[in-house]
Design a protein around this ligand. Structure first.
Ligand SMILES: [Zn+2]
Ligand SMILES: [Zn+2]
Length: 175
């Protein structure tokens, strides 16, 4: 179980537009084996979970450590995870977050919560953020060594740089 990868997937889950089952399959483009299990109920549950999980990222972005811990513990209590040892590769026994009977929603929720809980315990509770680009409300996981990430993507970072440059030009022209 690679918890940083799961934590990063939880950010892309919050950022995903999930109006219907087709959108959820598109979100799972790199995991085609899950596509046939997707049902409308997964979409409904994940839409609700997106809103719940966004609160954890916002609490972390505000450096509110007790709120991050409380919110994640609440979510873990409400969405119990049933992990199992997988032997699909007998030479490499490893943990899967959910058992075989889990729905797609249960699997994604379990991965997100285990990823974030482990990230918080290993790297601290202030590693989650919301994008600083004013027109963007995406969230991200900050794994940079000096914890300096401010934008969800290179695209938002360069948009913000361009906006700051134009603002400096305007200020220079006005003075
Ligand atoms: Zn596996
Ligand atoms: Zn952004």
């Amino acid at each position: 179980m690679d918890f940083i990868r799961y934590a990063e997937r939880s950010a892309s889950l919050v950022n995903a537009e999930l109006p219907d089952a087709a959108a959820l399959r598109a979100h799972l483009a790199d995991r085609v084996w899950l596509h046939r299990s997707v049902v409308d109920e997964d979409v409904r549950r994940l839409q609700q979970f997106q809103a719940e999980l966004r609160g954890v990222f916002e609490a972390s972005a505000a450096d509110d450590v007790p709120l991050v811990v409380r919110s994640l513990n609440d979510l873990l209590a409400r969405h119990p995870v049933t992990p199992m040892i997988s032997d699909h590769d007998p030479d490499n026994l490893h943990m899967h977050v959910a058992n075989r009977a889990a729905s797609v929603a249960e699997l994604l929720v379990g991965e997100a919560l285990m990823g974030l809980a482990n990230l918080v315990c290993d790297l601290g509770a202030t590693r989650l953020g919301t994008c600083s680009e004013t027109r963007c409300d995406n969230v991200f996981v900050d794994t940079s060594p000096n914890q300096s990430r401010r934008y969800c993507s290179d695209r938002c970072s360069s948009r913000a740089n361009v906006a700051a440059f134009r603002a400096r030009q305007r200020a220079a022209a006005a003075s």
